[in-house]
Design a protein around this ligand. Structure first.
Ligand code: DSN
Length: 418
């Protein structure tokens, strides 16, 4: 691993080596994470990193673009096939910039956007006061029904009629249920709004066909590449053909600078894998494991937000255990399980403390976890939640977690041998 860095920059090498060790022996359950296959690691470090390009294949501002065009065209072709979309732009640097390019393509400053509220599962780029988009556009937010903890579509419709947004955003960062895209489309049509679906969290599940796709319903679908889709850091935007020109202009020169061809090469590999049986089987396991973990946690006295999950995420209310998200996320980290503290609907705690945690099943499912392992994780979580200050018990949990994850290698051992 890092053959030359090891010699020329041992200080940095040792940090990377330590991170590899951390990832190998931790049970990674952050819902926005996955472990990129070795092909993705290689392509991210490939010589395409050296090539500067602006513009689209065949219409570049730089010379020497023959192979750059080949790689981007292949990525586009595979992306279209994987999602059955009319058009795709694969240049975005992340899910966040993918959202910005769509806003830039269809909105003017001051235009109105209706989106899901952050503390009910929405995303920062959907109009949080902390994100610069809130200074440019005029946002209103919808949330979940506080009884069912599921999106209240009648409320979305009422708000849309009253607010008359130019854009409605569906999609979330911490929402464990399926979204009714048909209903969102009907609401958008009723008020003459565009519909954008931010499918960053679920794009792997959608691509594998194990949950319904928003692509037929949305004008634009945006995604990052490092969540359930298990690719590199990066983003992409799909849209109806009629918006292609506007999207391309808004991407470059409108929002981004020169493209990251190494990332585009890695995305091309990601889209190829999305269509393969092995990936589909992994996504099926993600769904199954998530549903199973939700039940197992309920059986151990946790409250699962909305009573279960339809995707890769389990959102857990810790109040029955009388601990906060902050306490639990720190205690779990100390024993080698990584999750993140997360607000739950109507959370009495601040976003820095929270009453909940968000758990994602992608990375452990990639490594091969199935029901037996998920049950063991639920046991460990219960033990930690109920003994949060008991160092001896926490040490036991750490040993148990390490022994469990050690049976499921992150990468083939020989891959990183020098
Ligand atoms: N959107 C953030 C998350 O869900 O964790 C990171 O991409």
């Amino acid at each position: 691993m890092l053959k030359t860095t090891k010699i020329t920059d041992p200080e940095l090498y040792s940090i990377v080596a330590n991170e590899l060790e951390r990832q190998k022996y931790n049970i990674e359950m952050i819902a926005s994470e996955s472990s990129a296959p070795t092909e993705i690691l290689e392509l991210m470090g490939s010589v395409f990193l050296n090539k500067t390009e602006e513009g689209l294949p065949g219409k570049r501002y730089q010379a020497g673009s023959q192979h750059a065009d080949e790689v981007e065209n292949l990525c586009i072709e595979r992306g279209k096939k994987a999602f059955g979309c009319e058009y795709i732009n694969v240049q975005s640097y992340s899910g966040a910039t993918a959202n910005y390019t769509v806003f830039n393509a269809i909105l003017e400053p001051g235009d109105k956007i209706l989106a899901m509220r952050l503390d009910h599962g929405g995303h920062l780029t959907h109009g949080s006061p902390a994100n610069f988009v809130s200074k440019i556009y005029n946002y209103k937010h919808y949330g979940v029904d506080l009884e069912t903890e599921i999106i209240n579509y009648d409320d979305v419709e009422e708000k849309a009629i009253e607010f008359q947004p130019k854009l409605i955003i569906a999609g979330a960062s911490a929402y464990p249920r399926l979204i009714d895209y048909k209903r969102m489309r009907e609401i958008a049509d009723k008020v003459g709004a565009y519909l954008m679906v931010d499918m960053a969290h679920i794009s792997g599940l959608v691509g594998a066909g194990v949950i319904p796709s928003p692509v037929p319903y949305a004008d634009f679908c945006t995604s990052s590449c490092s969540k359930t889709i298990c690719g590199p850091r990066g983003g992409f935007v799909m849209c109806k053909e009629k918006y292609a020109k506007a999207l391309n202009r808004a991407t470059f020169p409108g929002t981004l600078g020169s493209i990251q061809l190494n990332g585009i090469a890695a995305k091309a590999n990601m889209f190829k894998r999305v269509m393969e049986p092995e990936f589909i089987a992994t996504m099926e396991r993600v769904l199954d494991n998530a549903k199973f973990l939700a039940k197992e946690l309920e059986n151990r006295g946790f409250r699962v937000v909305s009573g279960g999950t339809d995707n890769h995420t389990v959102l857990v209310d810790l109040r029955p255990k009388k601990i906060t998200g902050k306490q639990f996320d720190q205690a779990l980290e100390s024993i080698g399980i990584t999750v993140n503290k997360n607000t739950i609907p109507n959370d009495p705690e601040s976003p820095f403390v929270t009453s909940g945690i968000r758990i994602g099943l992608t990375a452990v499912s990639e490594r091969g976890f199935a029901h037996n392992e998920i049950s063991e994780v639920a046991d460990i979580m219960k033990m930690v939640a109920e003994n949060i200050d008991n160092e001896d018990i926490l040490q036991e949990c750490k040993k148990q977690g390490r022994s469990l994850i050690s049976k499921f290698p992150l990468y083939p051992e020989e891959y990183f041998e020098d």
